[in-house]
Design a protein around this ligand. Structure first.
Ligand code: ZN
Length: 235
């Protein structure tokens, strides 16, 4: 009886461990990954996933208005669909990261599939924007065997987030409130300027959330930095 309980406990613990390893924002089990910057500087990073999309220019406009640099984790397929918008992100001085080519769920995939997803995105971004990403963010935050090796071969480092905005499901004021109440020194905030590979996604909530939260966070004394700057402040 005691031993079967111990076994059951072991299975439960290992299932919980795997769930954290695959999806936990602080997990680096499947490759080096960062999820926040230093706590002794009032600096934060605003990040956007799933772009570029038709919504991206509206976000660029707000960021320009406040002089805020951000980091955009682009999908290669979206870059190929909207190369001029992808390029405009770079031209505006923002950092570009890799968010795979097709926004694939990497869980249970072969290492070759995973590396191909990262490599195709890296190539599309380099060809169309001239930027070579240094950071990789896994779609859905899901990492798997092979991500670490693919990152290493492509010169990428993994990055998750400190606070996620749920801008694909909440209303703009709730997203802004969520970011404003959970932000802290070194926080990496995650929003979405696209919706996976959708064409003309309805990302109005994200635009409105940025419009609300940018002045709120500036007012509180936070300095916005790109992910590279936040995580490697000597750069
Ligand atoms: Zn995504």
């Amino acid at each position: 009886m005691a031993s079967s309980l111990a076994i059951a406990g072991g299975v439960g613990a290992s299932t919980a461990f795997m769930a954290w390893a695959v999806r936990g924002r602080s997990s680096a089990v499947f490759g080096p990954s960062r999820w926040r910057g230093r706590r002794d500087r009032a600096a934060i990073a605003l990040t956007f996933d799933d772009g570029p999309s038709e919504t991206t220019p509206a976000i660029l406009e707000i960021l320009a208005q406040y002089g805020i640099p951000a980091t955009f984790f682009q999908c290669g397929a979206n870059v190929e669909r909207l190369p001029e918008i992808a390029r405009a992100v770079r031209t505006a001085g923002h950092e570009i990261g890799n968010h795979t080519h097709t926004h694939a769920m990497l869980c249970l995939r072969a290492p070759e599939f995973i590396e191909n997803e990262l490599r195709r995105a890296q190539e599309a971004i380099a060809i169309h924007t001239g930027a070579l990403p240094a950071w990789f963010r896994a779609p859905f935050g899901v990492r798997w065997f092979g991500v670490g090796a693919a990152q290493r071969r492509l010169g990428l480092a993994g990055v998750m987030w400190t606070v996620i905005g749920y801008d694909w499901t909440l209303k703009a004021e709730a997203v802004a409130r969520r970011l404003d109440t959970r932000v802290s020194n070194g926080a990496i905030l995650c929003l979405h300027d696209g919706r996976e590979l959708r064409s003309r996604p309805d990302a109005g909530v994200t635009v409105e959330a940025v419009r609300r939260v940018a002045p709120m966070l500036l007012e509180r004394g936070y300095q916005f930095e790109t992910v590279s700057r936040l995580l490697c402040p000597t750069n």
